[in-house]
Design a binder for this molecule. Sequence first.
Ligand code: HMG
Ligand code: MG
Length: 299
Amino acid sequence: DLPARVRIHEVGARDGLQNEKTAVPTEVKAEFIRRLADAGLTTIEATSFVHPKWVPQLADAEQLFPLVKDIPGVALPVLVPNRRGLDRALALGAERVAVFASASESFARANLNRSLEESLGGYEPVVRHAKESGLQVRGYVSMCFGDPWEGAVPLHQVAAVCAALKDMGCDELSLGDTIGVATPGHVLELLNLLNEEGVPTNQIGVHFHDTYGQALANTYAALEHGVTTIDASAGGLGGCPYAKSATGNLATEDLVWMLHGLGIETGVDLGRLTATSVWMAEQLGRPSPSRTVRALSHK
Ligand code: HMG
Ligand code: MG
């Protein structure tokens, strides 16, 4: 049975804009987030409190967060890579944070400048402090289905990273197909293994990339398994800097089109969301790669 309702975890303002070459002005980001909220999205990842040299696109986190933090009815998770990031987020009154680990050794080193084991060890006190401070914590796991340097990533290794994040106190996990190589059978294998290893489906979100055109098929497999938290990026913003294809995150519009077609509630107004992505594409100076945005805006 498919779920009756799905919660979309919107990542366009963070995962999308972190990959843009153009520096988006802070006020445009704030307007983007307000419009996403207006379109009915209730979980909108706002920014990252990472090192500004690593991700200059999000270096305005201190300026942006206060502009959006009081939008009624909207949760605004932010990424934190370490205690320094968590302290910056706490100082601004963030209520939800996300740590981001990797299922592969190579990406841990590329993204966090640490080994996989060091990165998990480093997150332990960060997650503990976040929980003690009353925050909700999400644990991202990148490269769950393949890695650009290592190729296949063994499922038991992915499950071990997921279990470690859950055991340290993460409320929710997000399984990232960072280079978009997953196919539906692979998704089901991982979800089944996670359940066997004690991670319940209601603590699992999925984060698919459409690099190989598989994101919706993978989403459908996850829905059939019972997953109700799905990450997506408005207008399909954001690629993966390590994948050669221009396509990146699953577009929220493509996801909503499928979910509504299946009779699954999202609370999202597709017309308003599409208008937002068309507006954002104008700000960025290039069209959205989302098929649904194109179809609906060329009527
Ligand atoms: P490092 O250079 O190893 O850090 O970076 P360090 O601990 O050695 O510290 C070096 C300097 O950075 C120090 O300053 C620290 O204070 C400062 P100095 O003493 O030299 O003046 N520093 C900070 N400054 C501001 N905010 C901080 C912070 N931490 C240290 N939080 C670090 C290690 C983890 C910080 C760095 O590698 C980093 O910021 N990485 C972030 C990378 C990133 O954001 N990647 C994208 C997100 S993950 C992703 O996109 C995947 C996902 O979307 C899922 C998917 O799509 O599949 C989630
Ligand atoms: Mg992504």
